[in-house]
Design a protein around this ligand. Structure first.
Ligand code: G3H
Ligand code: 13P
Ligand code: ZN
Length: 307
């Protein structure tokens, strides 16, 4: 199957009130794990890359791998640019075969965010490429930009209405209490579910939850057992994810959990089998661990069986 616009994947989820996971990839094993999970779960798929991930892999390698995954799996999949910070990178992705781009103008003022989003939409629409924007500021770390707690601000529902009207964007990332990375909450894990519901009623487009990794105690304990140092790591509880979906979230971004499960599997092998140095025997189990992680997310999000 060839890649399809993300909008088509989100439309079905929006109407039927389930969510589709958007999973970050950085290499071949993670790419294969994500496609294999989607195939086994019969789930529609959004696979995505940040611009630093594109630089790491190289655009041509990345596109070739994703096309191979889509063809081999036969799953309806979209290739999405995650947190595109400039018009240039968005245009480059549109030209290279991405079927969706995020233009992240959340660091700009409202007017600047509207302008950059409209500019990308102008190029994306004729190419049938979906556009996601972000309004509000998540806490955490994005591409080496640290958004500290006091600067993070939740999405204002009235501003969201104006933003969607002014831009005609296809999907909107909202800030409702999550943040990127493995340290999401200093105290209790609290998401502003009411805010999701209010925005959902105010704008009629799919809403996106960034920073949604679970950072389970199980993976942190295992990683720690094999040498990791991640004190205080905390993610979004499964119950909050379920509530977020019930109240209007349609796309859910996951990167940190993939990184944690991938590297924990590698730590375990290197620690327990010190005689092993064949990369396939190290990366193979890591690929398996990521596949299982992604399958669990697909079940949780309700996208299993929807492809
Ligand atoms: O939100 C950002 C993603 O988690 C990926 O960021 O690939 O630039 O580290 P990165
Ligand atoms: P996590 O860091 O919680 O996995 O969030 C990833 C994300 O939002 C990518 O855009
Ligand atoms: Zn994000």
């Amino acid at each position: 199957m060839s890649l399809i616009p993300m909008k088509e994947i989100l439309q079905d989820a929006y109407l039927k009130k389930y969510a589709v996971g958007a999973f970050n990839t950085n290499n071949m094993e993670i790419t294969q794990a994500i496609f294999n999970a989607a195939k086994e779960e019969k789930s529609p798929l959004i696979i995505m890359c940040s611009d630093t991930a594109i630089k790491y892999m190289g655009m041509d390698y990345l596109i070739a791998m994703i096309k191979a995954g889509a063809k081999e799996s036969g799953i309806p999949a979209a290739l999405h640019l995650d947190h595109g910070k400039s018009i240039d990178i968005a245009l480059q992705c549109i030209k290279s075969g991405f079927t969706s781009v995020m233009i992240d103008g959340s660091h700009l003022d409202f007017k600047g965010n509207v302008e950059i989003t409209k500019e990308v939409i102008k190029a994306a629409r004729p190419a049938r490429v979906t556009v996601e924007a972000e309004l509000g500021k998540l806490g955490g770390i994005e591409d080496n930009v640290i958004v500290l707690g006091k600067d993070a601000c939740l999405t204002d529902p009235q501003e969201a209405v104006k933003f969607v009207t002014d831009t005609d964007v296809d999907a909107l990332a909202v800030a409702v209490g999550t943040s990127h990375g493995a340290y999401k909450f200093e105290g209790d894990a609290i998401l502003d579910i009411e805010r999701i519901l209010t925005i959902r009623h105010a704008v009629n487009i799919p809403l996106v939850l960034h920073g949604a990794s679970g950072v389970s105690e199980e993976v942190i304990n295992k990683a720690t057992m094999y040498g990791a140092h991640l004190p205080g790591a905390k993610g979004v509880p499964e119950e909050s994810i379920k509530k977020a979906i019930e109240n209007g979230i349609t796309k859910i971004n996951i990167d940190t959990d993939i990184r944690l499960f991938f590297t924990t599997a590698i730590r375990e092998i290197l620690f327990t089998k010190p005689d092993i140095f064949d990369p396939r025997k190290i990366c193979g189990p890591a690929r398996e661990a990521v596949k299982e992680t992604v399958r669990v997310k697909m079940k949780l999000f309700g996208s299993s069986g929807k492809a």
